[in-house]
Design a binder for this molecule. Structure first.
Ligand code: PGA
Length: 251
């Protein structure tokens, strides 16, 4: 009942020309894909990539958003501005935003609510650091992030929410969580979502993120509560992202 959802997070990579060239190469490769697909380029490439993706089944996503609709917030982008460009999704609470730009769970919660209000959908990221995992605090950390970051999700929209479980120690390190570790965390998150959103929890997609590559995607995606992936480095190349998108449903 949960359609697989693969999203590429390009972070601070690609010019407008590079983004459009990616789309030309990538789209024919995923024509027959059954999975839902989104690409999150830098803000500067959203408009051009949106045009290049028009008419395809690949959606446009932003990597961040501000929670206010307008105002004196130098350097920030409002949800309505993203909607205006045809963005369907925005990533919020990525660990790089939390660690490098001081984003709190409360701010992430406001962003998620603002996205819903503007007709977009959030991909809300959570995940523990290596020190937290080694201290046996993974579940406690995830619970705190979930409670804080999802505090303002309207109950009737809960099924449209997407979570991304991204262990910080696996992001950009080549050190992927094992399928069993991913499943354990995803099952815990699903259990928490059931407590918070009741039956809607079974419709909420939970992506895994952290060094997902073409050769480890199938076994991660085969886990019962892994409903997709949020892909950084391997999402920068059309061939490798297409191979992840097309990874077998059953390895
Ligand atoms: P990675 O990044 O695939 O390069 O580890 C994942 C992410 O940060 O979303």
């Amino acid at each position: 009942m949960r359609r697989r959802f693969l999203a590429a997070n390009w972070k601070m990579h690609k010019t407008v020309g590079e983004a459009v060239a990616f789309a030309r190469d990538f789209l024919p490769r995923v024509k027959a894909a059954r999975a839902e697909i989104a690409i999150a380029p830098p803000f500067t490439a959203l408009a051009a990539l949106g045009e290049a993706l028009a008419g395809s089944h690949v959606a446009l996503a932003a990597q961040n958003v501000h929670d206010e609709a307008k105002g004196a917030f130098t350097g920030e982008i409002a949800p309505g501005m993203l909607a205006d460009l045809g963005c369907a999704w925005a990533i919020v609470g990525h660990s790089e935003r939390r660690a490098l730009f001081g984003e709190t769970d409360a701010f992430v919660a406001r962003k998620a609510a603002a996205l819903f209000a503007a007709g977009l959908r959030p991909i809300v990221c959570v995940g523990e650091t290596l020190a937290e995992r080694e201290a046996g605090r993974t579940f406690a950390v995830l619970e705190t992030q979930l409670a804080g970051s999802l505090a303002a999700v309207p109950g009737e929209r809960a099924a449209e929410l997407v979570l991304a479980y991204e262990p910080v120690w696996a992001i950009g390190t080549g050190r992927t969580a094992t399928p069993a570790m991913a499943q354990e965390a995803h099952a815990m998150i699903r259990g928490w979502l059931r407590g918070r959103f009741a039956a809607a929890a079974d419709a909420i997609r939970i992506q895994y993120g952290g060094s997902v590559k073409p050769d480890n995607a199938a076994e991660l995606l085969a886990q019962p509560d892994v409903d997709g992936a949020l892909v950084g480095g391997a999402g920068l190349e059309p061939e490798s992202f297409a191979r992840i998108v097309l990874a077998k449903e059953e390895p």
